[in-house]
Design a protein around this ligand. Structure first.
Ligand code: FPP
Length: 252
């Protein structure tokens, strides 16, 4: 995801539609607890919400949808819950990949692959390979992802180039770092949504969020649907994005 410095050409679409929406799908556990259900059921219903939102995203003309499906910090959860989340990812790819492909969805994955089980890596690679020619919607799955880790990884690669004499440290600016992140060709998110009422980024796209509009919605992820997405987009469309400059119409 590039253009962190947001040149003027990245001004919002006049129709008010965000090109790139990123979602922190929070609240599965609380949704389940409120119903006396196991947390795994909250995650399972979370996958159903994800299916609805992928469909809604292409209906609403969104070109990039990034979802936070497993964070670098989620390893601190009980092994049984980690197993449930990995199982859901396996089933999601096995059951939904053909439909995503026929719907013109390109699947991209960001995050650390090292250390993941080989079958998970194989499924992620298969999803990316099969769908790489699709252009209708880019579904960017942040899996085993953390912004700090992503930025540290970029810094390591750059430091190595400097140590090998291949790069002048003076050449490193914000655009260079953007180009060394996990998906440098994907534009920064216009809108980041977090469900369940929590109001923080939690290590999600922190570099790319420099000029994103943040919308926090009170409902838990399993209840999220097309209407909730439309409401978040309507809130986004009411915001004035200045990218550190002046207001477009008033100049104030
Ligand atoms: C946050 O809810 C959600 C997660 C940690 C994982 C999100 C995963 C899914 C929606 C399903 C799996 C995704 C794919 C792509 C198959 P939480 O557990 O932190 O909820 P809580 O804060 O209420 O406990």
């Amino acid at each position: 995801m590039s253009n962190a410095t947001a040149p003027a050409t990245e001004a919002p679409d006049p129709s008010g539609a965000p090109l790139h929406v990123a979602i922190n799908m929070d609240g599965n556990g609380r949704w389940a607890a409120a119903r006396g259900l196991p947390r795994a059921e909250g995650h399972r219903r979370g996958v159903e919400a994800l299916r609805r939102v992928v469909r809604a995203a292409h209906e609403l003309g969104i070109l990039y949808l990034t979802i936070f499906s497993f964070s670098s910090e989620n390893w601190s959860r009980p092994a049984s819950e980690i197993g449930d989340l990995f199982g859901l990812l396996r089933r999601f790819i096995r059951n939904d990949l053909a439909t995503l492909h026929s719907d013109g969805v390109r699947v991209r994955v960001i995050g650390e692959r090292d250390g993941l089980e080989p079958d998970i890596c194989a499924l992620l690679n298969e999803a990316e390979e099969l769908t790489k020619g699709n252009t209708r919607l880019n579904l960017v799955v942040a899996f085993n992802y953390g912004s700090r880790q992503e930025i540290a990884h970029a810094a390591r690669r750059l430091a190595r180039e400097v140590a090998e004499g291949k790069r002048d440290p003076q050449s490193i600016d914000a655009d260079t770092i953007s180009r060394y992140l996990d998906a440098p060709d994907i534009p920064d998110p216009d809108l980041i949504i977090r469900t369940s009422g929590e109001q923080r980024l939690s290590n999600f796209l922190m570099w790319q969020a420099a000029y994103s509009e943040l919308v926090f919605v009170p409902i838990h992820w399993p209840d999220f649907d097309k209407t909730a997405l439309e409401e978040a987009i309507a809130e986004y469309a009411r915001r004035e994005r200045r990218f550190g400059g002046l207001a477009a119409k008033t100049g104030s």
